[in-house]
Design a protein around this ligand. Sequence first.
Ligand code: PSV
Ligand code: MN
Length: 424
Amino acid sequence: MQLEKYKVDEHNHQHLNNHQRKLDFIAADIDGLDTILQKLAAFQIAIPSWALGTGGTRFGRFSGGGEPRSLEEKIDDVGLIHALNKSSNSISLHIPWDIPENAAAIKALASQHGLHFDAVNSNTFQDQPSQQHSYKHGSLHHVDKAVRKQAVEHNIEVIKYGVELDSKALSVWLADGSNFPGQLNMRGAFERTLESLQEIYEALPADWKVWVEYKPYEPNFYSTTIGDWGQSYLLSSKLGKKAQTLVDLGHHLGSTNIEQIVSLLLMEGKLAGFHFNDSKYGDDDLTVGCINPYQLFLIFNELVEGMDARGMNHATGIGWMIDASHNVKDPIEDLLQSVEAIKIAYAQALLVNQPALVQAQQQNDVVLAQEILQQAYRTDVRPLLAEARLRNGGALQPLTLYRQQAVRNQLIKERGALTVSTGL
Ligand code: PSV
Ligand code: MN
C-alpha cells in the first residue's frame, strides 16, 4: 500500500500550530538553526530488509500479521516508512533471504518510493538447502579449502547482485568461531579468514567497499574469529583501503566504551559505519535508544566531532543502518522509533558547543565539560526533527499518522494475518 501525500499534508496541517509553538521555543536558543535543519534533513538511515517482519528467538516466533511476503513488499514497507519520516531512503538486502531475481524491476520499484540500495549482506552463517558443503564448522575460516571456496564464491555472487542494484558495499558478518577450547587453532583460523577475505576483496569493483563486522559471541560461545574491533581492524588494515570495520552496537561485551572505539576507527579512516540497535545484556537487537540513549548521544558526539575534524559529510561519509529484530512490536512502528532515536542523538550532538568543550578540556575543567555535553543531551530536539521532516515532505508525527491511518490493518487485509517474512 502507498500513503498518499495529501494524507501527510492533512496531518501536518492539523498539527502545524502546535509544532510551530514548540519549534519557536527551542529555536530561540539555537545558533545556526538552518544549518542544523539542513543536516537533519539530509541524514538518512538505511532499513534492513530482515527487520520488516517479526523477529523470532530460538523459543518461538509470533507473527504480527501483514508481514511482507516478498522483496517487493519489503520495499513497499520501507517506502511507507520513508513517506512518513523522509529519513529512510535506502534498503539493505541480505542474500539469499532477499534475492533480487529481476534487478531492473526491483530498482524501478524502489525508485518509485524514492529509495536506493545500501550495502548488500552475505550469509555464510546458515546452510541453504542447495549448498554442497556445510558451515557447521565455519565458512571463511574453515579448515577445508572447499568450504572456504564455496563461501568466497557466495560473497562474490552477493557483490554481483549488489552491482545490479547500484549498491556500493558488501557487508560481511561471520559466525565463524569455536564452542570449546582446543576446537580451533586461533591463529590458523584468522589467517584463513584473511586469505578468504583477500579473494573477496579482489572481486570488489573499484568504487566498492567491504565492511567487516565483528561480534564477541553467539552463535559460538568460546571464540569468535572476528570477535572484536581489533581483530576486524587488523583484517581491514591488511586487506587495504576498500576494507573498513563495521560497528554493530549490540556486538560488545557489557560496559564497553563504544564511543572510544568509534572515535579511533574514524581517526584511522577505518570506520565503515553502523548497525544501530540497543541492548541490555548482549546482542539483544532492541529498538535503538530504548535502553541507553545517553550512550548513543556520546557515540554521536564522537562522530560529529571526528567527522568534522576530517572534513567528512555527515550524511554520506559512513554507512548508517539499523540492525534490529524482536518479537513484540509492529516492525514498522519499531523502525520509526529507531530512526527517530538515531536522529535525536545526532541532533543533540550537533548542539554540543564544541569550542567551549575544547576549552574546558584544555583547562581540565571536568565539571564544565560534563555540563556542556549534558546541556546538549538534555535539550528536547524533537521539534527540530519534526521541522526537518516537514521541510522534506514527511509527517510531523510519523507514528501518530501511521496509527491514525490504521496501516497495519490494511496490510493484514492485503497480505493476510499469517504471513511470515524471510530472515532470522
Ligand atoms: C549478526 O548478529 C548480525 O548483527 C549481522 O549483521 C547479521 O547480518 C545480522 O545480525 C543478521 O540478523
Ligand atoms: Mn549487525
